[in-house]
Write a protein that binds this ligand. Sequence first.
Ligand code: M6R
Length: 364
Amino acid sequence: GKDGYRHYMEKELHEHPLVIGQTLQRMIDPATRKVVLPDMPCDIGSIRRCVITACGSAFYAGMVGRYWLEEIARLPVDIDVASELRYRDPPLEAGSLGLLISQSGETADTLAALRSLRNVGLPVLSILNAEHSTMARESDAVLGTVAGPEISVASTKAFTAQLTVLACLTIGVARARGVLGDAQEEELVSALLDLPSRAAEIFSFGEDIRAMASVVAEARDVLYLGRGSAYPVAMEGALKLKEISYIHAEAYAAGEMKHGPISLIDKTVPIVATIPSGALFEKTLSNLQEAKARGGRLLAFTDERSVHRLNAIAERTIALPHVHPFVTPIIQTIAVQILAYETALLKGTDVDQPRNLAKSVTVE
Ligand code: M6R
């Protein structure tokens, strides 16, 4: 049941801290504080490239994974949505690892992509929530997300569990490749272990997020902007808003704005910015200043450390807990998902069963 929550989505949003914690428990040895990867389908230290594929939110999780694997594990990554990869017939190098991400393990396009990767001889590792699914049976190895059943059509906790697994996988791969020292591993693992309690703090921002939602709910179109790993978070926020509130939303890499979308900006198109402290903060801020100068209304998700920089330009700011830059996409994701939920409540839509959508897309 819904345990007293109004919707499964609300219940599942509140399960974020628990699910992140459970997933970490499965992947980090509490005694050594080291990531322990189960049997991998190949020698993980000698792979030359990783080919990630998935659909929808799982694809956005994969995009965050790409930033991590490239930056921290120094592993080249290709990523594409499964419906494109399966027909593209790209040249796949030996020494590549196929990495699939799916909550249900039954998505038709992802399953077809899995089969085509295996057909050309690539080992396939899948990050799955459904342990007894078709993809689980057909993969060479599985990393489980410990999210429990997800009922709401809009994915929430399964997505952050996917990010949690990808973060641990990144650490394991980086160590196996010899590019991660003990001190750096300890720093990243601490950041992960800190997450469940930091994630729980986000629920104290309910009123601020509702105030933001009241701006979003009035709009016909909304622009989401972010850079680096906050860019796929913007994409996830825009998808969730579209799915459950039926408001048109698009996400752009903040640096792309001046190549087109900036012409949309006026006071009727709110801009939701995901802008955590970190290396790309100043760059994103300058994009937001440009938007502001053109009459844009900014709604910013930042953190305690940087909020003072945004107060002057943003109509609404939310100062999320400050965490290690590695894990900011996980914290930011929860916040943008709550914004979509609160907006859908104001619109009065059928949150758990949005029109035209199925929980698991088992046909092409
Ligand atoms: O079960 P899967 O993770 O393979 O599903 C992929 C997408 O269909 C799914 O993430 C979809 O985009 C959600 N409705 C997003 O909220």
